[in-house]
Ligand binder design. Structure first.
Ligand SMILES: Cc1cc2nc3c(=O)[nH]c(=O)nc-3n(C[C@H](O)[C@H](O)[C@H](O)COP(=O)(O)O)c2cc1C
Length: 220
């Protein structure tokens, strides 16, 4: 698979089969991803990969919190700036509408939406997950490096025939992840990433993108 095809075919997959992801494949992908560039070569990311009993434990404990109506842990970072301005807010709303329309969920069906969101904490059925942390002393440039790292992993997963879904949603139940992962106190959980083989029966929308001219300016 060439890079264009990996980029084109990557999407946030939210339905996985329970087919296990071979450990050697994950090691191959994460070894290749060590080549991700970072400012000053700091490589500021810290990843924990969970499968088997460890991931099952995270899912079980999170499901218990959800069932108890636990709203989640205090925030360590804002997922989005307050009062998202135009055109970001419109893009966010459009993505949600596309997604829920594909799932057949009506705009006002709060219960169905909540159920769809809750699937995050089961990793959408995925048998593997990566939890990506960063040292809390790092700045926005290093958070950008971490984003490159995650995209590199997602593209390499495509080359291996696997799919993924990056999930800031895991930061909501970060203490439960920490109970299993035991990260050093200086680390902040940015996001999880579900990893596995796509359940081709799961409905999805191909989420649109802004026209090139909205985000790129050529000058010559
Ligand atoms: C850093 C990051 C965090 C995300 N967090 C979540 C999440 O918590 N749950 C989810 O379902 N999707 C999440 N997504 C997926 C985005 O919603 C998705 O990438 C976007 O809507 C574009 O859709 P596409 O990736 O399918 O093209 C996240 C994406 C990124 C890059």
């Amino acid at each position: 698979m060439d890079v264009y095809e990996a980029v084109r075919s990557r999407r946030a997959v939210r339905g996985f089969t329970d087919e296990p992801v071979p450990k050697e494949l994950l090691v191959r992908v994460l070894t290749a991803a060590t080549r991700t560039p970072s400012g000053g070569n700091l490589q500021p990311w810290k990843a924990f990969v969970l499968t088997g009993a460890a991931l099952a434990e995270v899912k079980k404990r999170t499901a218990e919190r959800l069932a108890a109506g636990d709203p989640g842990d205090e925030r360590e970072f804002e997922m989005y700036p307050p009062g998202l301005k135009s055109a970001y807010r419109e893009r966010q709303i459009a993505a949600g509408e596309q997604r829920y329309a594909a799932l057949g969920i009506a705009r006002r069906d709060e219960q169905a939406r909540r159920k769809a969101v809750a699937a995050n904490w089961d990793c959408f059925g995925a048998p593997a997950a990566l939890f990506c942390y960063i040292d809390r002393g790092m700045g926005s440039a290093q958070w950008a490096d971490m984003g490159m790292y995650l995209q590199t992993i997602m593209l390499l997963l495509r080359a291996e025939g696997l799919h993924s879904c990056p999930q800031m949603a895991w930061s909501v139940y970060r203490r439960t992840v920490a109970e299993v992962v035991s990260p050093p106190a200086e680390l902040v959980l940015f996001c999880g990433m579900s990893i596995g083989f796509e359940d081709i029966a799961a409905k999805y929308a191909r989420i649109g993108r802004a026209p090139l001219a909205e985000t790129v300016t050529f000058l010559d």
